[in-house]
Design a binder for this molecule. Structure first.
Ligand SMILES: [Zn+2]
Length: 497
C-alpha cells in the first residue's frame, strides 16, 4: 500500500512538473507581439469587452473643458495661451463620423462627409481639410473606439515593455495604429484599464510633436467602463483638461444639431474636399497683393526681389501663396518673410518661404522661438525646408527698420501691445497701406459696432504717434479695412461706454 501511495504522489508531482514545463514553454513561445495583443484584449475586457466597444455608434459627453493653445502665448518666451475652464458638451457619431461640440459661446460642427464650421459670438469660420483630418484622427483615437482599432486588422502590435504611471506598474504596448501613428498604450497591471496613450504627430510649425493623453476616473456607462477625466499634454505641457460629469452611449441623435445652415452649406462642402488652401490674390496697388485665405498675408514686389508679410497657417497654404506670387509678380527671389508676431497661426507657414531662400525678419524678442520653428525635426512629415540644404537666416529688428530699393519702401516698427510681445507692424508709406494681424479685425459678417480690444486702441495710438498716414489696413484676419473704420469703431466703443 505504502509503495503504491508513494507512486501516486510521485505521478502527481511528475504531472505537475510536466504542466509547469508546458506552461513555461507556451509562455516562452508567445512573442512580444502576442503578449502585447493579449494585454490589449484584457484592456478591452476591463472596459466591457471588444464586442460592446465595437457596438458604440455614438457617445455624448458633458462636463468642462480647459484648453491652453500651444504657440499662442502673449510672451514669446512662453508656449501656452491659457484659456478659462468652460462648460462643454460633445456628441460624436462614429458612423459618419461627425461631431458637434458646444463650449461656452462656441459651437463647432465637424462632419467628415459634409465639412465643418465653427461659430463664435462674432462670426463663422469654415473648416479646411487639414482641420477635418485632425478631427478624424481624434475620433479614431477616442478612448471608446481606440481598442477596436488597435486590435483590428489594420493595426499592428509591435511589442511590449514595462512602465509606470504615477508609481503604478503598467504594461506598455506599442501599436502601429490605423492612422499610421505609433502609440505606446499604458495598461494598468491591476485594473487592466488604459491609463495613458503616448505618441508623436506632425504639427505646424513644430514638426514632430510629442503628445500624451492620460485617462482616469473610470466609471460605468451602461455595459462599458469609461474614463471621466482626460488630460492631454503637448511637448510636456498640459494643453487640454476635460472632466466629464455625464456620459451616455448610443443615445438617439438629434439630427438638427448636425444641420449645416443653408447659407454656408455649399462653401462648407467645397472646403471640406479641397486638398489645398486657396489663396486669392487681390491687387491693392501696383505690385502689392493681399493674399486672401482663412488667415491672410501680403506680398510686395521690389525691383529685384519680393517681400512677403507673414507666412500663415502651414506649408499647404504657403505653397499655394507662392504659386500666386509667381503668377502675379513673377519669379524674382523672395528675399524676406516678415512676421508681425510669433503666434503659430501667423507663422505656421514661414518654413516654406525659408526653403525658397527667404530670410525671416522678426522682432528681436522672437529670435529664439522663430529659430525653434525653423530647426525642429520634421521626420514624420518632411516638408520643403527639412528636405532642403538651406541654412535658415533670421534678421532681427529692435525698434525700426526700413527696407527700400529707392522705388519701393517698407517700414517696420516695433509696436508693444497687450496681444503679443515682439510685434512688428508693416507699413508702405507711398501706398499708405499697413499690414497687421490680431490688433484690429473686421469680418465680412461683422455686426456694428465691432468689439474693440485694448490692443486695438494701443495700435491706433502708436501708428498715429509715428505720424504714419494710413488709408487701408491689410489684416491677417477678416477683410481689408479703411483707416476711417478703425476711427469709427473706437468712437462707437467710447460713446457706448
Ligand atoms: Zn496673435
Amino acid at each position: 500500500m505504502k509503495h503504491s501511495k508513494l507512486k501516486s504522489q510521485e505521478s502527481v508531482f511528475v504531472s505537475f512538473i510536466l504542466l509547469l514545463v508546458l506552461f513555461q514553454w507556451s509562455c516562452a513561445e508567445q512573442t512580444p507581439m502576442e503578449q502585447g495583443r493579449q494585454v490589449l484584449q484584457q484592456a478591452a475586457e476591463a472596459m466591457g469587452g471588444l464586442e460592446a466597444l465595437s457596438a458604440v455608434e455614438t457617445i455624448t459627453r458633458e462636463g468642462t473643458k480647459q484648453r491652453s493653445s500651444l504657440g499662442q502665448a502673449r510672451v514669446a518666451s512662453e508656449r501656452l495661451y491659457v484659456q478659462p475652464t468652460r462648460p462643454y458638451k460633445q456628441i460624436i457619431d462614429f458612423t459618419v463620423p461627425r461631431e458637434v461640440e458646444f463650449s461656452g459661446s462656441n459651437t463647432r460642427l465637424t462632419d467628415w462627409v459634409k465639412g465643418g464650421y465653427n461659430r463664435d459670438s462674432r462670426h463663422v469660420r469654415i473648416a479646411q481639410i487639414r482641420q477635418l483630418g485632425a478631427y478624424k484622427k481624434e475620433w479614431d483615437r477616442d478612448i471608446v473606439t481606440f481598442l477596436v482599432g488597435a486590435l483590428g486588422e489594420e493595426s499592428t502590435v509591435e511589442g511590449i515593455s514595462e512602465g509606470r504611471v504615477e508609481g503604478r506598474p503598467h504594461q506598455v504596448v506599442s501599436v502601429r495604429y490605423i492612422d499610421d501613428v505609433l502609440y505606446q498604450v499604458y495598461v494598468d497591471d491591476f485594473t487592466h484599464l488604459i491609463s495613458k496613450l503616448e505618441y508623436t504627430e506632425d504639427r505646424n510649425p513644430y514638426g514632430d510633436l510629442a503628445k500624451e493623453r492620460t485617462f482616469a476616473d473610470y466609471r460605468e456607462v451602461g455595459d462599458l467602463t469609461l474614463p471621466f477625466s482626460q488630460i492631454t499634454k503637448e511637448m510636456g505641457l498640459v494643453t487640454e483638461v476635460r472632466e466629464f460629469s455625464e456620459m451616455s452611449v448610443n443615445g438617439e441623435i438629434q439630427e438638427d444639431l448636425f444641420e449645416i445652415p443653408e447659407e454656408i452649406r455649399e462653401k462648407v462642402a467645397s472646403m471640406a474636399h479641397l486638398d489645398t488652401i486657396p489663396v486669392t490674390p487681390i491687387e491693392l496697388d501696383k505690385g502689392v497683393f493681399f493674399g486672401k485665405a482663412g488667415q491672410h498675408n501680403m506680398w510686395v514686389e521690389f525691383e529685384d526681389f519680393i517681400l512677403v508679410a507673414e507666412g500663415p497657417t502651414n506649408e499647404m497654404q504657403s505653397l499655394e501663396a507662392i504659386r500666386q506670387i509667381r503668377k502675379t509678380v513673377g519669379d524674382k527671389p523672395i528675399r524676406y518673410v516678415v512676421t508681425t508676431h510669433h503666434h503659430a497661426d501667423h507663422a505656421g507657414g514661414i518654413r516654406t518661404y525659408v526653403a525658397e531662400g527667404a530670410a525671416v525678419v522678426t522682432h528681436a524678442l522672437n529670435e529664439e522661438v522663430i529659430r525653434e520653428f525653423l530647426t525642429r525635426p520634421h521626420t514624420l512629415k518632411p516638408d520643403r525646408l527639412s528636405q532642403s540644404e538651406h541654412e535658415p537666416q533670421i534678421e532681427t529688428v529692435e525698434d525700426r527698420r526700413t527696407i527700400t530699393d529707392g522705388t519701393r519702401t517698407v517700414e517696420l516698427m516695433h509696436l508693444p501691445n497687450p496681444h503679443s510681445d515682439g510685434y512688428l507692424v508693416i507699413y508702405l508709406p507711398r501706398e499708405r497701406l499697413l499690414f497687421e494681424s490680431d490688433l484690429f479685425s473686421l469680418h465680412e459678417d461683422e455686426s456694428w459696432p465691432p468689439p474693440v480690444s485694448p490692443a486695438t486702441r494701443v495700435f491706433y495710438e502708436a501708428v498715429t504717434k509715428a505720424g504714419w498716414r494710413v488709408d487701408r489696413i491689410v489684416p491677417g484676419h477678416g477683410r481689408v479695412v479703411e483707416w476711417q473704420e478703425l476711427i469709427d469703431a473706437l468712437r462707437a466703443t467710447d460713446s457706448s461706454r
